[in-house]
Write a protein that binds this ligand. Structure first.
Ligand SMILES: Nc1ncnc2c1ncn2[C@@H]1O[C@H](COP(=O)(O)OP(=O)(O)OP(=O)(O)O)[C@@H](O)[C@H]1O
Length: 291
């Protein structure tokens, strides 16, 4: 398990982290979300040893994380870090060698990853000749080439087209299923909701929520949405919630709870087109948490 324990960090008099803490289990995909400047990159840099915290620590398998552990981690930094003039294949292999792979192993892992990320045909091209999305795929290959024990990815999906998002998501899910804890930051909350087992929301350097999407939802109230066509006027008088009339459709939104009474009234009033509980999306949970 990767544990981020009460991290604190200041840049001069600016408090960037004020007690950030969460844990990522083996085989768990953890989405790290927060507004611009909330502290995600700072946290990930501390995990990877690029920055030192003022207080707190990061532990892996119950022990404080050291340089040797970090060499077995895969990292996609926010500032990216590819050699622009180097060819794609050579570059991925080179990073594999840096992480201690033998030449044949680095070659094999590079071949597999380039194939998986649809980059085989670009193998001999210099990185600078690739589109940004393809450069990002190379960056992911570099993060994965040594078969890392843990993956730490700073906004790996930003700027990718939907096909590339799916390709990258598939590779990450595979690693995750193999027992690797994966942590990634993103502003694409629908994607985080779709992919992640757990989510942490950071706001101004503090964790304001963390847990599975289901747990975060359970802390919020759900909304019952009732749509009645050709309803008699006044049918919802005295009921809680908010009624809007849209042509011949009456739409009642109410905090879920007294559902049966409302259902009876709706059936008596007209033709019930829709009656269902709507759970808050991660975007709604996020807005509420950072408000
Ligand atoms: N090198 C630095 N010097 C001074 N302040 C910094 C530095 N790096 C980050 N900060 C500040 O620390 C806070 C946290 O920044 P950080 O980059 O960790 O946020 P983030 O959540 O990754 O943001 P984004 O979503 O915009 O990438 C911000 O207020 C930022 O301005």
């Amino acid at each position: 398990m990767l544990e981020i324990r009460e991290l604190r960090k200041r840049y001069a008099d600016k408090v960037a982290l004020d007690g950030v803490a969460f844990a990522v289990r083996p085989g768990e995909m953890f989405g790290f979300v927060g507004a611009n400047g909330a502290g995600k990159t700072t946290t990930m840099r501390i995990v990877m040893g690029v920055l030192r915290p003022d207080a707190g620590e990061v532990a892996w398998q119950g022990r404080p994380l050291g340089a040797a552990d970090r060499r077995r981690f895969g990292y996609m930094p926010e500032e990216r870090g590819l050699y622009q003039k180097m060819r794609v294949g050579e570059q991925v292999e080179y990073f594999g060698r840096l992480h201690g792979l033998s030449q044949p192993k680095a070659r094999r892992a590079t071949d597999e990853l380039l194939e998986r990320l649809s980059l085989t045909e670009r193998r001999a091209d210099a990185v600078e000749a690739l589109s940004l999305g393809n450069q990002q795929r190379v960056q992911l290959a570099v993060a994965l080439v040594h078969d890392p024990e843990v993956l730490v990815l700073d906004e790996p999906f930003s700027g990718l087209d939907p096909i590339a998002v799916d390709a990258l998501a598939g590779v990450l899910q595979e690693r995750c299923r193999g027992g690797v804890p994966v942590i990634f930051s993103s502003h694409q909350l629908e994607l985080v909701e779709r992919l992640c087992d757990a989510v942490g929301i950071v706001s101004a350097g503090r964790m304001v929520a963390s847990g599975t999407v289901e747990e975060l939802r359970a802390a919020e109230s759900s909304t019952l949405r009732v749509v009645v066509r050709d309803a008699q006027p006044g049918w919802a008088d005295g009921l809680p919630g908010r009624l809007t009339v849209n042509g011949d459709r009456h739409v009642l939104l109410v905090e879920a709870g007294e559902d049966q009474e409302i259902l009876h009234r709706a059936i008596k009033a007209g033709h019930v087109e829709h009656f269902g509980v709507e759970h808050p999306t991660l975007t709604e949970i996020f807005k509420e948490a950072v408000a």
